[in-house]
Ligand binder design. Structure first.
Ligand code: HEM
Length: 122
């Protein structure tokens, strides 16, 4: 039987979901005194675009990232940046916060709709 939902990318709501997730993530990075200096560009829009396309591809969406950037080779690409435990923890904390919020809101939206048990009363 065909699965109802093709992959995580589709289940999560497609490109728009990943765009919003990464935008929220980088808004947090922009305010982080430990992480922000690691990013070389004055503006984070390029980094936002690259991470968005990477995640879209990773979770089963279009492989635009590979077309533009080639194989991700993420460990190699991160080699120039000094990443220790503290930097990793900050990165992970921001991503978790950004992703968790989205998941919670999606849940409450679906759950509240599911509780509707009467027609609108006037
Ligand atoms: C652990 C802490 C991490 C730090 C401090 C960090 C930092 C950075 C920095 C400074 C860049 C260059 C910004 C730019 O693209 O202009 C970058 C690029 C990138 N990072 Fe990270 N990163 C971390 C973890 C991760 C993880 C876990 C992933 C994937 C799940 C990831 C995915 C990417 C991608 C896809 C790019 C763009 C690569 C390219 O095409 O050039 N990063 N990161």
């Amino acid at each position: 039987m065909e699965p109802v939902i093709g992959n995580v990318y589709e289940a999560a709501g497609g490109a728009e979901t990943f765009r919003r997730l990464v935008e929220r993530f980088y808004a947090r990075v922009a305010d982080d005194a430990l992480l922000r200096p690691i990013y070389p560009d004055a503006d984070l829009s390029g980094a936002t675009e690259r991470l968005t396309l990477f995640l879209i591809q990773y979770w089963g969406g279009p492989s635009t990232y590979n077309e533009l950037r080639g194989h991700p080779r993420l460990r190699l690409r991160h080699q120039p940046f000094a990443i220790g435990q503290a930097e990793r923890d900050a990165w992970f904390r921001h991503m978790t916060a950004a992703a968790l919020r989205k998941a919670l809101i999606d849940y409450f939206e679906t759950a509240s709709t599911a509780m509707i048990n009467r027609q609108a009363q006037r």
